[in-house]
Ligand binder design. Structure first.
Ligand code: SAH
Length: 194
């Protein structure tokens, strides 16, 4: 597929104009390794290094949709890899966006690609623990899959906040209102959280 075809595909499966607009604005080829540039607009995950991948566009769209961004939220992405999703997020909120990536070379590369974007800050660290320095977050996106729900992050989530997390082979949408509610969407494949 080329970019136009990918955008058409994403809208044909029902994603909103807002989500499609973000995909239209961001050049995925800038985040894809040189040798895979030709595949930039295929709806597949692409290898980065050390087992990391740049996620599949339709899976990213699904997770962004669940995040239900209205325009001002402060967001944390754990497992920000290439930085592609951080770039997409910056078209969906005007709030601060924090990325945490454990692989140093990916954190550095993504920082470089996104250096002009003052909304985004990337940290090279282990995101499996809490990230209290910048908490609370209105939204948290966990792009590498853990074995269990990220209960340790519930305290770092604002009231009415949402966590979209990959857990094993499912996506969980966790909402914090008076109580915590969870919804599971099975049938996905993710890079494991270390
Ligand atoms: N969303 C990114 C990458 C998804 S792959 C993109 O589209 O490019 C998941 C990423 O999570 C990988 O880059 C992997 O290195 C990272 N990761 C795995 N365990 C992690 C941990 N404990 N802390 C931070 N990042 C982690």
């Amino acid at each position: 597929m080329n970019k136009k075809e990918l955008l058409y595909y994403l809208s044909s499966i029902g994603f909103s104009k807002k989500i499609i607009n973000a995909f239209e604005k961001v050049k995925r080829e800038n985040f894809v390794p040189e040798n895979l540039k030709d595949l930039s607009y295929e709806d597949t995950a692409l290898s980065l290094q050390e087992g990391a991948t740049i996620s599949q566009p339709s899976t990213i769209a699904f997770m962004l949709d669940l995040l239900n961004l209205e325009g001002k939220e402060k967001v944390l992405e754990i497992g920000s890899g290439s930085g592609y999703v951080l770039a997409l997020l910056s078209h969906l909120t005007k709030g601060k966006i924090y990325g945490v990536e454990i692989i140093t070379s990916l954190a550095e590369r993504s920082r470089k690609i996104l250096e002009k974007n003052k909304q985004i800050e990337i940290y090279n660290k282990d995101g499996s623990k809490s990230f209290s320095e910048k908490a609370p977050f209105d939204r948290v996106l966990i792009s590498a899959s853990a074995d269990k729900l990220p209960e340790h992050l519930y305290d770092q989530l604002s009231q009415n906040g949402i966590i979209v997390a990959s857990v094993k082979n499912s996506i969980f949408c966790i909402k914090k209102k008076k109580t915590i509610t969870k919804k599971e969407y099975p049938g996905f494949v993710f890079v494991p959280l270390r």
